[in-house]
Design a protein. Structure first.
Length: 534
């Protein structure tokens, strides 16, 4: 179809316009449409306008007026569609092809009116149109990245980049300083204290005073936002948005923030992030650290190779019954209050019995983490080598696409260019995947260097060994267990109703131990404290 066949005097057209932020841009589109209609003596029978809508953030299915235009295709109220530029309809090349296909199938071509004379949009499946759309999308991405890079320069210098100040602070734009709100800062401090003790976000929210979050009740998400915000440690995070789907692969900049008085140390904040990351990666529920079952999630049955579940069969406030670890397959049952006590003492005596000082344990931890760093660096090297090979292939394909684009256009050349383009997209996706892997390796190395190799991170945990058992809270013990215990494996002894072989495996090359646990003996024994074993 030729443009002259479409632009006939008296023909009917629909106008689609969209802008994301600048309203003047919409006025420009409307004025250009009116000018086009006057110059070519055509009638704009209906306008479909999507104001304040980002084509990159809002998918095609959720853009109300564009969908109304598509619905009106069956009514045959217009002959063609005019648009200022094709990126007003969509920026994603897949969505552009989808729109082209729908309009082409109903015989409604798209006319682009940003220039004089106007141009007819390509038909769906046209490889050169596809490449042009891909280049346009690439340009949009480049412009967005340049804008982000400019803002990142200020963030890297520790400048506040605007937005709402964190809970507990106000911000003075003139002095560029944060001021604390005393009653709110006390709540923030209590949140970090409780989280470091092992309480989950949901439980912390329940313990906080009602209506104390700026007149509203606390929720799990609000507590999580506090804990994730590095401003409370005097730092600024740039490059990622809270719980945002588009965070993957983005640069993360954490630098000291000007004009703010921190309420916790950077190491304390890092410890909270490690704890939160551990919970999320292992799909841990909020009771993981506050549970009464110290070895929940790390105790296994040797006989049937399965996890032990937990069951609270206490009644009347603990007067009758017990809390149990249960193997659903072989029906092994362990009373947690007795089993936990024995394994607790074994962990402590395993460390104390080897006369380890805290400094020696720290050396073992350092050795383990340095070995992990070496493995990660080897993985990075392999990933970079693989990416380099893919990039060479991409460069070769680009040369071929450019060469075929200069030749006389025919069906064979079109098929070759399409095949090369799809192959290039596949190679680029593999490069992107390797970039993500490299990024995760680098971040793990940074976390080890910045947090896990720091003595201040481990000393509060290791000092739990030196306290009498009665002074160590259940949450502190749970935190200690999750940090240093790899697994607890139980094996029921044949023909012995309540006897088990227990293998206690510790992390970081700390001494493991194997012992026999007799529940009948432990039930009748008086509970020991750590002080009894010194």
């Amino acid at each position: 179809m030729e443009l002259n066949d479409i632009l006939k005097p008296g023909s009917r057209c629909a106008f689609y316009g969209r802008h994301s932020t600048d309203k003047q841009d919409m006025l420009l589109q409307i004025d250009r449409a009116a000018e086009f209609a006057k110059n070519y003596d055509v009638a704009i029978v209906k306008k479909y306008l999507d104001p304040g809508v980002s084509a990159t953030k809002k998918p095609l299915s959720k853009r109300q007026n564009l969908n109304e235009l598509i619905d009106d295709l069956s009514k045959d109220i217009f002959d063609f569609v005019i648009v200022y530029k094709m990126d007003r309809m969509a920026r994603d090349i897949i969505e552009i092809e989808e729109i082209r296909s729908i309009l082409f199938a109903t015989g409604k071509p798209i006319v682009i009116i940003d220039k004089n004379p106007p141009t007819l949009d390509e038909e769906p499946g046209d490889i050169f149109g596809f490449i042009k759309s891909a280049l346009a999308q690439f340009e949009v991405i480049q412009n967005r990245e340049r804008t982000r890079e400019k803002a990142a320069v200020g963030a890297k210098r520790g400048m506040f980049q605007g937005g709402k100040p964190p809970f507990g602070y106000t911000y003075d734009k003139k002095t560029k300083r944060f001021s604390q709100i005393p009653e709110e800062i006390l709540l923030v401090k209590s949140i970090f204290d409780k989280y470091l003790q092992g309480l989950g976000c949901r439980k912390i929210a329940k313990e906080l005073q009602g209506k104390s979050y700026r007149g509203k009740d606390w929720t799990r998400d609000k507590v999580e936002r506090i804990i994730k915000n590095p401003k409370y440690a005097g730092y600024n995070l740039w490059g990622k948005r809270y719980n945002h789907i588009d965070n993957r692969g983005k640069e993360e900049v954490i630098v000291p923030l000007e004009g703010i008085e921190p309420i916790i140390t950077k190491l304390e904040w890092d410890r909270c992030q490690e704890q939160m990351k551990f919970r999320s990666q292992n799909d841990i529920d909020p009771k993981y650290y506050s549970t009464n079952y110290l070895f929940r999630g790390i105790i296994y049955c040797f006989n049937c190779n399965s996890d032990l579940s937990i069951s609270n069969q206490e009644t009347e406030g603990g007067k009758f019954g017990h809390k149990l670890y249960i193997c659903e397959s072989c029906k092994s049952r362990l009373k947690s209050e007795f089993f936990d006590r024995v394994v607790q003492n074994k962990i402590r005596t395993s460390i104390i019995g080897h006369n380890y000082k805290i400094s020696e344990i720290l050396n073992k931890l350092q050795k383990s983490f340095n070995e992990e760093i070496q493995t990660l660096q080897e993985n990075i090297k392999r990933a970079e080598e693989g990416k380099g090979q893919y990039l060479i292939k991409i460069n070769e394909i680009d040369l071929k696409i450019r060469r075929f684009s200069t030749l006389q256009f025919n069906e064979v050349n079109r098929s070759l260019i399409e095949s090369f383009t799809l192959y290039r997209i596949d190679l680029q996706s593999k490069c992107d995947l390797l970039d993500q892997q490299i990024d995760s390796f680098v971040k793990r190395i940074d976390r080890i260097n910045e947090v896990l190799l720091q003595e201040q991170y481990w000393i509060p945990v290791l000092h739990s060994f030196e306290k009498p058992r009665d002074t160590v809270t259940n949450s502190e013990w749970r935190l200690l267990v999750t940090e240093i215990v790899e697994s607890v494996l139980i094996e029921k002894k044949p023909k012995k109703i309540s006897q088990y072989k227990v293998e206690l495996k510790l992390k970081y090359d700390l001494p493991s131990t194997t012992f026999t646990y007799n529940e009948e003996n432990e039930t009748s024994r008086k509970q020991l404290s750590f002080a009894d074993l010194i």
